[in-house]
Design a protein around this ligand. Structure first.
Ligand code: NAD
Length: 284
């Protein structure tokens, strides 16, 4: 059976380092601040918000929630983001997404000051991710994947890595971050002809497709490391599942992240790290 790559030790180690940096910042008179902007009250938003608030409290980040009604107008949303931008006590902003369909999400994301864009939603942040320049921040989930691989010392230099999913939140930024570590990256998506063959050919497989059970035993082989980013609510069973058919894949591969308790447990620690980095940059 595969080694379980749990998120908790990764998050714990990062959280400790972040907390030490917060103590230093506070000694120098800067209290790192995060604003969470939420529209409506979707259960997934509320659960991520709770986890983020808990993490902030644990490390000493001052967090506040800007809760807007589900029927908020575009104008009101942009005004709320403008207020966050103007507030010197707020170093980072998490805009919970997806936003309701009646608002222009791309416009809302671009409104955010890139210096406060701790979840990589602005074009400036994405340019930083793809150019390797220290502008803005990578999306927290994409970086969480890298933190899991790094913490567990999975070799990436020269490795073949297949990424399933090409969204701007996970798949594409992860591919850029992997290439920065000298991995040879293959991108797969919904039009890929032979997904199983591309996955079997890789040393490391990262799956972020949002399709429960997408990767089964036909897509893996012995010796592989499988990172499952999928978070899918199984409404019938009322539980969270990944994109990997865990029960049939885990016995075959060398290491795998579970869902829950895998990558998802690391994202709020990365978020806290980004807020503190933003605060350090602004204190300079
Ligand atoms: P998305 O819907 O934006 O993108 C999905 C991608 O998967 C697309 O590029 C699509 O081409 C690809 N895809 C879909 N079906 C496919 C198939 N049958 N074969 C191959 N590729 C296929 O989703 P997203 O926002 O990137 O999220 C992906 C998953 O990651 C979701 O389950 C989401 O819930 C999860 N996620 C988790 C976290 C977290 O852990 N905190 C954060 C963000 C996203």
């Amino acid at each position: 059976i595969a080694t379980l790559l749990l998120g908790k030790p990764v998050a714990d180690a990062l959280t400790q380092r972040v907390a030490a940096r917060v103590r230093l910042l506070r000694e120098q008179g800067t209290v790192p601040g995060l604003a969470i902007v939420r529209v409506g009250d979707a259960p997934s938003d509320l659960s991520y918000e709770r986890a983020a608030l808990k993490r902030c409290e644990a490390v000493g980040i001052e967090a506040c929630v800007v809760a807007l009604p589900a029927d908020v107008s575009q104008r009101e949303l942009l005004d709320a983001i403008d207020q966050v931008n103007a507030d010197n006590g707020i170093h980072g902003c998490l805009l919970l997404r997806p936003l309701p369909p009646h608002v222009d999400e791309a416009m809302a994301c671009e409104r955010l000051d890139p210096a406060k864009d701790v979840d990589g939603v602005t074009m400036a942040s994405l340019a930083g991710v793809f150019s390797g320049r220290p502008v803005g921040f990578a999306p927290c989930t994409a970086e969480a994947v890298m933190r899991v691989l790094g913490h567990h010392q999975v070799p990436l230099d020269g490795a073949n890595v297949t990424v399933v999913g090409r969204s701007l939140v996970v798949g594409r930024p992860v591919s850029a971050l992997l290439q920065a570590k000298n991995a040879t990256v293959t991108m797969c998506h919904s039009h890929t002809r032979d997904l199983a063959a591309s996955c079997r050919a890789a040393d490391v497989v990262v799956v972020a497709a949002g399709r429960p059970g997408l990767l089964g035993k036909e897509a893996v082989r012995a010796g592989q490391v499988v990172i499952d980013v999928g978070t899918n609510w199984d409404d019938e069973a009322g539980r969270l599942t990944g994109d990997v058919a865990f029960d049939e894949v885990a016995p075959l591969v060398s290491a795998i992240t579970p869902v829950p308790r895998g990558v998802g447990s690391v994202t709020t620690a990365v978020l806290a790290d980004h807020v503190v980095t933003a605060a350090e940059r602004s204190a300079r």
